[in-house]
Design a protein around this ligand. Structure first.
Ligand SMILES: [Zn+2]
Length: 592
């Protein structure tokens, strides 16, 4: 139960806030008349439209329309809920909070919870100190150093080590006044077969699992020796610790995620540490579980409105399956999921170690939409040359299609895509998976805003591919637009080569198909098929779609610039983005 603070407490907190000081932690303010102004921390801009009224302790932005008081400011920028935002402010400005009168039972529960949190906090400190200072933890330190992790990042995440002895934590905590019942409740000790108590975690590297505000709720623990049993164990489920809600690193990733408008989800603890150390601080891990609704909710709060969640799971089967499951449960949410394709046999930490952070940044930039990924996956495994294989593939994509909202352009597009890829009539797919969207008889061209997908993962016909197809269908006008498509407009080398091929073969995309490059040939075929199904677009359509393409390029480069901390470049790109948005508004006949 979230605590309820008295109205008086909340008012006193609002009063105590120094609004200029608070906002200045996020953006530089200068005094103009009676107000303080600066660049808006909620949207990208070059000239300040954000202002603070220090007297009334309010902020607002006439650029993006946000506004509110200190509590909304912290809620929005730190992705906290109301009570947490109040607590954070009260702590910062030294206000003592009073709770609404609770019933005794409720109060008892809260007190117990506070005791357990204090105990977990104590345990985290104990393990962290033990890692850095004991000789017993030398091998653990070596292991972490071999993974390229600095002492600094280990301390930031309070990574620790649990002694091998049976009861070091038990004895120490009892000396500090904690009862055995509390140690059991916090999941730090367990009963032996003879009924005695012993430490749950022994001889393991300890990763504290904290909530969004940094309160330790439990631990993930990695074995150092083979004979220790399970390589990873966690705190068992309790009143405090729920595995399905936990995201490792969320407390440290939150503000970076809010700023970047994205959050990256990896599988392992050390992946979070490695990416954080490399500057991609908006990274969290799920720990060997399927992504849950609770976790998705937390991710979406952290990434903010219009934020994107990037899944960078292992290339092995279980990682891939985990991403498909995530897609299914994210279906009803207004949340953009992208899939980062990882090299086989390498996790993000290893990728950073081997190829540097740029390799990860590039992969983030060329991440697949969930639909592209899911369909590509389902079709990849089956032998599409045989009827049996095609039926099996159809069986597999069925679920994906069923998960897309009925009567949506997305679902419709997916049906078409699968029919195309399996080389069966659209009706056949429809009959197998259910009815498509209304008006699906005429070929639907995915608009640039749709996350269009196409054939196999290698020959993805996403918005970029669709634009190339559109150019191919547009004759002379298309040729001139093709020449304006630069390398940076296209997120893969394959699409760039396809563009070059189209430029070299005006009016006949299938001429001189490369015999030795199956991927390119497949992509060109997909482009030609798409182009063939299109009405020759007019100049207006080409212009608008090109602007969309350009907008995505700028957004991508902006993300890079942010990741690099290149402020000058961010400024240029933000201006370019504004410009292209204006042009788009004009092109689409809207007033901005
Ligand atoms: Zn703004």
């Amino acid at each position: 139960m979230a605590p309820r603070y008295t109205q008086d407490s909340i008012e006193r907190t609002r009063e105590a806030v120094d609004m200029v000081e608070l906002v200045s932690t996020r953006t530089e303010l200068r005094r103009v008349g009676s107000r303080w102004v600066g660049l808006c921390p909620f949207h990208d801009e070059r000239t300040p439209s954000f202002s603070v009224d220090a007297e009334r302790k309010l902020y607002n932005c006439f650029g993006c329309g946000v506004g509110g008081d200190a509590i909304t400011f912290v809620r929005e920028l730190e992705a906290l809920d109301f009570p947490d935002a109040v607590e954070a402010l009260a702590e910062r400005y030294h206000v003592e909070l009073k709770r609404e009168r609770e019933d005794p039972e409720e109060e008892e529960r809260r007190r117990r919870r506070e005791r357990l949190l204090a105990l977990l906090e104590r345990a985290a400190n104990f393990y962290a100190t033990y890692l850095h200072e004991s000789s017993e933890a030398r091998r653990a330190r070596e292991y972490l150093a071999e993974r390229g992790l600095s002492a600094e990042v280990l301390r930031a995440f309070r990574v620790g080590y649990s002694p091998k002895a049976w009861d070091r934590l038990l004895v120490g905590a009892q000396r500090d006044g904690f009862k055995p019942e509390e140690l059991l409740g916090a999941g730090l000790v367990q009963r032996s077969r003879s009924g005695g108590l012993l430490d749950r975690f022994r001889g393991r590297i300890m990763f504290p699992l904290a909530d969004a505000r940094g309160r330790v709720l439990g631990f993930g623990a990695r074995a150092m020796r083979d004979e220790q049993g399970a390589k990873y164990i966690n705190t068992s489920e309790s009143d405090i610790y729920h595995k399905g809600r936990q995201l490792f690193g969320i407390d440290r990733a939150r503000s970076a995620a809010a700023k970047a408008g994205r959050i990256v989800v990896v599988e392992g603890y050390t992946d979070v540490l490695a990416l954080h150390q490399a500057g991609i601080e908006e990274t969290v891990a799920i720990m060997g579980t399927a992504l849950t609704q609770d976790q998705l909710g937390e991710l979406s709060r952290a990434a903010g409105r219009e934020g994107t969640v990037f899944l960078a799971f292992d290339a092995d089967r279980s990682g891939q399956e985990a991403m498909l499951r995530a897609a299914r449960i994210a279906e009803d949410r207004d949340l953009e999921l992208r899939v980062v394709r990882m090299p086989a046999g390498k996790d993000p930490a290893e990728l950073v170690a081997a190829e540097g952070v740029e390799a990860v940044v590039d992969r983030l930039a060329s991440a697949l939409s969930m639909l592209e990924f899911a369909v590509g996956r389902a079709l990849e495994d089956e032998d599409l040359e045989t009827p049996v294989g095609r039926d099996r593939a159809l069986g597999r994509v069925r679920e994906l299609i069923a998960a897309a909202p009925e009567r949506s352009a997305r679902r419709d597009h997916l049906v078409r895509l699968v029919a195309d890829r399996l080389d069966v009539p659209v009706d056949y797919v429809i009959a197998t998976v259910g009815r498509p969207a209304a008006g699906a008889e005429s070929p639907v061209v995915p608009g640039p805003e749709q996350r269009a997908t196409s054939p196999p993962a290698v020959a993805r016909l996403d918005a970029e591919g669709v634009f190339l197809a559109l150019c191919a269908a547009a004759g002379k006008a298309g040729e001139s637009y093709l020449s304006r498509v630069s390398d940076s407009h296209l997120s893969s080398g394959m699409l760039r080569r396809a563009r070059d091929h189209l430029i070299g073969h005006p009016g006949d995309p299938l001429a001189d198909l490369p015999g030795d490059d199956h991927e390119l040939a497949t992509l060109l075929t997909a482009l030609a098929v798409q182009a063939d199904s299109l009405e020759a677009p007019g100049e207006g359509r080409l212009h608008t779609d090109f602007l969309h393409l350009d907008k995505r390029r700028i957004e991508r480069e902006l993300r890079h610039a942010r990741a690099d901390g290149d402020f000058a470049r961010q400024g240029e790109l933000a201006a370019a983005l504004q410009q292209v948005r204006r042009e788009l508004d004009t092109a689409m006949g809207q007033d901005s």
